[in-house]
Design a protein around this ligand. Structure first.
Ligand code: NAP
Length: 339
């Protein structure tokens, strides 16, 4: 099977996916019979660049000049057509107000019979039902494992291994950047320096407010509620407080007392629907959440079948996110082979 891939977004995640795909090419060919070519890259600054003969991924990773001979296009539709894309990897920045323009671009791809893999939570929160229906009606796949907890299998776990399970509630630490920032402040850093370090490591969103004010965590809660609890929820309905207003001395005192601050996410079913919150809380030393430090994250599900199921992801890197997208891609090729 030979597939053309179009990358929308070529920042930390896009570049990590390119690196991983190139490194894993021999294994993809040998173990799965997959040949692939990168035929489109689009970013805000470089525009919609396509070359159906193939763009050299190594050159694109090195930097300037990679797109010298390639054609530029005015929009997603002409770009995807010029790239002769089979799969679009959507890895553009998170927009917490409407999931745009990623949502519209994903619709364009699905409507043209192009499979979509995304790491971007925005479109899932603002348009999951529409995207899912479009994918079904055009007989293509929509995959988004890396949107929550990077490469840890959450959506695929419930989709493939936990039939009939009803999630009653979940809680967790879902924003690794704020967890890392709290840890840095515990070690003596200021909030400003800790944010700068998270950005330098490629962890913080382009706009750090998304992490520090709890938007990223709230979007992840919404994605889990919408997809796994099967219930639409508006982002504005999630009670949200970030870590911005936490006082450094309080953070250090809480750690010294053995009850560290964590940005906790919660969602549970009530008579009126799903209630969801994001906010900083001091956790008891005996809580598993107290042991989740640095960029690690955790989610604990209470369900009708398995009373408690926790998933902990230890210290992910951009490669972990890329791995989640590679797994989605392999999964798509499996469904293509079956159909
Ligand atoms: N970083 C992580 O560890 C991680 C983990 C899980 C999920 N995610 C999600 O993955 C996505 C990408 O994250 P990232 O860390 O790679 O971000 P990033 O480094 O800021 O890269 C974003 C990329 O998207 C491009 N872009 C932004 N808006 C665009 C637009 N309107 N049209 C075309 N291209 C556009 C940017 O172009 P320019 O370079 O020209 O600005 C850049 O290439 C985000 O949605 C994020 O929430 C990230």
């Amino acid at each position: 099977m030979r597939l053309n891939l179009a990358f929308l977004g070529f920042g930390n995640v896009g570049r990590s996916v390119a690196r991983l795909m190139i490194d894993q090419s021999p294994a993809l060919r040998r173990d799965y019979g997959i040949e692939w070519a990168l035929t489109g890259i689009a970013t805000r600054r470089s525009g919609w660049v396509a070359d159906a003969r193939g763009i050299d991924g190594e050159s694109a990773l090195v930097g300037p000049g990679w797109n010298a001979g390639a054609e530029k296009h005015p929009d997603a539709a002409t770009w995807l057509a010029a790239a002769k894309a089979d799969v679009m990897f959507e890895m553009s920045s998170l927009d917490t107000s409407a999931g745009e323009p990623a949502l519209s671009n994903m619709c364009v791809a699905l409507e043209r019979g192009i499979h979509v893999v995304t790491a971007n939570k925005g479109p899932i929160v603002f348009g999951y039902q529409k995207l899912r229906d479009l994918a079904a009606s055009h007989n293509v796949s929509l995959r988004f494992e890396s949107t929550v907890m990077d490469g840890a299998p959450i959506f695929s776990l419930f989709r493939q291994s936990l039939p009939l399970v009803r999630i009653e509630r979940f809680e967790g630490i879902l924003n690794s950047t704020s967890n890392m920032i709290i840890g840095e402040i515990e070690q003596g850093s200021t909030m400003v320096d800790a944010i700068a370090r998270a950005q330098a490591l490629g962890l913080a969103e382009t706009d750090p407010a998304a992490d520090v004010d709890g938007f990223d965590a709230a979007v992840k809660v919404a994605a889990l509620v919408i997809v796994l609890m099967g219930t639409p929820i508006e982002l504005a309905k999630i009670e949200r407080q970030g870590i911005r207003d936490l006082n450094a001395a309080d953070i250090r005192a809480a750690r010294s007392a053995g009850t560290p601050y964590k940005l906790l996410c919660r969602a549970w079913r009530t008579e009126e629907g799903i209630h969801a919150t994001v906010g900083p809380e001091k956790v008891d030393a005996s809580s598993p959440f107290a042991q989740v430090n640095g960029t690690s994250s955790i989610v604990h599900f209470s369900t009708n079948m398995l009373p408690g199921l926790s998933i902990v992801e230890h210290e992910p890197t951009p490669l972990t996110t890329a791995y989640g997208m590679l797994v989605d891609f392999i999964d798509i090729t499996r469904s293509m082979a079956r159909s």
